[in-house]
Design a protein around this ligand. Structure first.
Ligand code: NAD
Length: 480
């Protein structure tokens, strides 16, 4: 595989000057590239380029023109599909099939969806009559949407291109200028995206990319910059809190997609085989490194033992799974495996580091793990681990299931497994989560609202919800 060459992209120019840091493969720990670390000056020049773009052709562009750019970007990613897949696999170590069927197709889909959604978006008009007013007593009120201006986009490493483009596409569609910073762990597909945007002829400065770390580095320089008009962030809740503190200085609006500790509720009337397979997917896909993954499973007592046995059996036989993103993250997940035991858990599957007998033994792998026996108050049950692990506990009735599901600082996603239609409709709205799946997991429609409650986020993305965040409605009132 060719070495990855991440580069900043500021005002239409690629550069790699200054300090760098190594990019490691999570599969075997080898170095696969070198990443430039953006200084405060690089970030500042990106923000200034974005501001200037708003005063130039990009700022004067109409929705048709912007949608045409979005379609060209989608076509550009499609034309270099294999290159994007290679880069995403090199950075994350995720199974190639996952990158080829989820990450890169969804990135293409994000640009096409926002081209359609923003082009077809109506504005409102209200004919107004005020009896007793001078003249005709009539006015026409209408709404126009204005972009927010310079938007900072900060994205995580788990679904690098998918989550970056999920924000970049609606931000550009709405007419903003973007400064994006991908995770320091996964800079490669973001750089390819900048190349595609450049090739698509998007005016200089409308999209800028800077690389580097988060705290006391590029991420913080960007999110505390006085020239940034809005911040869209996906990542950990603690990072969201730090960004919010910086954003407060300039009252900068934020859209946050944060962490989760997602519950699954398995009722005794569920199709058990389906519930087990669904939980295998929801707990172990991408080795649990998806914000929507299930880490808490509650099973109704009559089927509890059977469920735990079947889930543990499947966890033990999983073969084609990827590594943790970094040695640091592997160590964090393993520390939770040890903590679970210290807290009194029974490890019914996994719990350690796999041995492959090949180069992967130098990589950052942990075993898919199933735990039982912990109280609801255990840290292992309350804190986001972000690895291939779930804790399974029994419940007796519907009210208890809902109480356990909601007993969490987080509220991103939940899954309900039942064949009782009335129960599904009763339970789903009572679970404190932004997304509740019934008899499925991660079935997504890009038009639907996406986001969390409690510590899992602020605001919604998806469909019109993203366009709402990335633009401001302005009321114009014309007296007739
Ligand atoms: P992270 O918060 O450590 O980093 C995310 C991004 O923020 C990176 O680009 C990082 O460089 C930057 N960053 C870090 N500190 C910063 C600071 N002080 N100021 C500005 N930027 C800073 O998260 P991660 O480890 O990359 O990703 C995993 C986390 O993301 C998990 O908590 C997961 O649940 C969450 N996540 C949420 C969603 C969602 O849609 N809700 C999706 C994916 C991941």
């Amino acid at each position: 595989m060719a070495a990855m060459k991440p580069a900043h992209y500021v005002n239409g120019v690629f550069s790699t000057t200054g300090e760098t840091f190594p990019l490691l493969s999570p599969v075997d720990g080898s170095q696969v590239g070198v990443v430039p670390e953006a200084t405060r000056d690089v970030v500042d020049s990106a923000v200034r380029a974005a501001r200037a773009a708003l005063d130039g052709p990009w700022g004067r562009s109409g929705v048709e023109e912007r949608c045409a750019f979005l379609r060209r970007i989608a076509d550009g990613i499609e034309a270099r599909f294999e290159e994007f897949v290679d880069a995403e696999v090199a950075d994350t170590g995720k199974p190639r099939e996952l990158a080829a069927t989820v990450d890169i197709p969804r990135a293409i889909g994000n640009f096409r969806a926002y081209a359609d959604l923003s082009y077809g978006r109506p504005e409102r008009a209200y004919p107004t009559t005020v009896p007793g007013w001078s003249g005709s007593g009539q006015a026409l009120n209408y709404t126009v949407r204005r972009p927010l201006g310079v938007v900072a986009i900060i994205s995580p490493w788990n679904l690098p291109l998918l989550l970056l483009t999920w924000k970049v596409a609606p931000a550009l569609a709405a007419g903003n200028a973007v400064v994006a910073k991908p995770s320091e762990e996964t800079p490669s597909t973001a750089t390819l995206l900048a190349e595609v945007i450049d090739e698509a002829g998007v005016p200089d400065g409308a999209f800028n990319l800077v690389h580097g770390h988060g705290g006391a580095a590029a991420g913080e320089y960007l999110t505390s910059h006085a020239g940034v008009d809005a911040i869209a962030f996906t990542g950990a809740s603690a990072t969201g809190a730090a960004i919010m503190r910086n954003a407060a200085d300039h009252v900068t609006p934020v859209s946050f997609e944060l962490g989760g500790k997602n519950p699954a509720l398995v009722f005794a009337d569920a199709d058990l085989a389906e519930a087990v397979e669904g939980t295998v997917r929801s707990s172990f896909t991408h080795s649990g490194q998806i914000c929507l993954c299930t880490e808490r499973v509650y099973v109704q007592r009559p089927v509890y033992d059977e469920f735990v046995r079947a889930l543990a059996e499947r966890a033990r036989t999983l073969k084609d799974y990827g590594p943790m993103i970094s040695a640091e993250h592997r160590d964090k997940v393993l520390s939770y495996y040890r903590l679970a035991v210290a807290e009194g858990a029974t490890v019914v599957a996994g719990g350690g580091v796999p041995s492959f007998g090949d180069a992967r033994d130098g990589g950052f792998y942990v075993e898919p793990t199933v735990l039982t026996g912990l109280p609801q108050t255990a840290r292992t049950v309350r804190e986001e681990i972000f690895g291939p692990v779930c804790h399974v506990a029994p419940f007796d009735d519907e009210d208890e299931a809902i109480r356990l599901a909601n007993d969490s600082p987080y509220g991103l996603a939940a899954t309900v497994w039942t064949t009782d239609l009335s129960r599904a409709h009763r339970v789903a709205p009572r679970v404190e989560a932004g997304i509740v799946w019934v008899n499925c997991w991660n079935l997504r429609d890009l038009r639907t609202p996406f986001g969390g409650v409690k510590a899992s986020g602020i605001g919604r993305e998806g469909g019109e919800y993203s366009l709402d965040f990335f633009s401001e409605p302005v009321n114009v009132c014309v007296k007739i």
